[in-house]
Unconditional design. Structure first.
Length: 129
């Protein structure tokens, strides 16, 4: 998946089995997802500027159970209050991050059922990542 630009833009590190979590709707497994919080800005060299802190955006990669290839995977962006991304200890608040991702994925699943196209993250130039 790292070779696919729309995915590697947000997930630059290798994803492993334990990075994915079950996505269930009414106790039915619908797929698996990985989520990560995004930093607020990029440095002039194009790398993440960690000093900016998290901006509250969460990237979510959703793989439906029926996925047969890379084109079946959805990349979505959720948002959570930036103050909820980290705990007072400075560690990431994974329950809040995953909850935001699950909510966005659930909305995408519901939209597919209603006949809407599969959502993807749109760049500011209108192209799909």
């Amino acid at each position: 998946m790292r070779r696919v630009p729309r995915i590697s833009y947000y997930f630059r590190y290798p994803l492993h089995r334990n990075d994915f979590h079950a996505m269930k709707v009414r106790n039915e497994l619908r797929g698996h997802y990985a989520a990560k919080p995004l930093y607020g800005r990029l440095a002039s060299n194009g790398h993440v500027d960690r000093s900016a802190g998290y901006n509250g955006d969460v990237a979510a990669l959703y793989v439906p159970v029926a996925a047969r290839g890379i084109d079946d995977i959805s990349l979505l962006k959720a948002h959570v209050d930036p103050q909820e991304v980290t705990l007072p200890s400075g560690r990431r608040n994974w329950p809040a991050i995953r909850m935001a991702a699950e909510k966005e994925i659930f909305e995408a699943i519901r939209g597919e059922r209603e006949g809407k196209s599969r959502p993807e993250i749109q760049t500011k130039h209108g192209e799909t990542r």
